[in-house]
Design a protein around this ligand. Sequence first.
Ligand code: C5J
Length: 230
Amino acid sequence: MSTVAAARPTPYSFEPASTALLVIDMQRDFLEPGGFGESLGNDVGQLRRTIAPLAALLADVRAAGLTVVHTREGHLPDLSDCPPAKLHRGAPSRRIGDPGPNGRILVRGEYGHDIIDELTPLPGEPVVDKPGKGAFHATDLDALLRARGVRSLLVTGVTTEVCVHTTVREANDRGYECLVLADCVGSYFPEFHRVGLDMIAAQGGIFGWVADSPQARAALATPSVSHPSS
Ligand code: C5J
């Protein structure tokens, strides 16, 4: 058993064998110029501070043998899985499916849709393609996690208040315990990031727990022996 004593609102304990690291949408379309994030008028530089801590966490989690799952938001080339309510919302300078410097915006198979070089998935690590904001919506993520016996999630990625928040809410409703790692999630809006994390940990941890990744890495490095209650 590993325990993150400094987690908010209470210490967070997890069994590494039944825990997965979830890396949400660390795609060029959100983190690099010319993609979907920038087309919506955002400063993509705001998200890049997550890369170094996430790369360090990923290395430790891989070494400890935890399940690692990556997700990518995007759509089929014919956009048949992109509802009009999503396609037409937001008044971006370029819409989903339009050509951009990194290929068609948020379309599967395009250069911009793929995960940034710094966090390339290893062979064998599942990459879940999702059409929505939540990683459980219209994907096999739940089945994939249950098949591996996963009950706890270390949640990272972008953006804090959109795909991370939606996924944590979905996971909580499905019975997973989520620890969101504050320095490994990011938003284009610092205020939304702060409030988004506060919302997760508020009301006694209504959706989950929040901590920084060095605390989770330290917990992984110093597991304690759990004693079954008598
Ligand atoms: C957004 C995401 N923000 N991955 N997607 O549209 O958070």
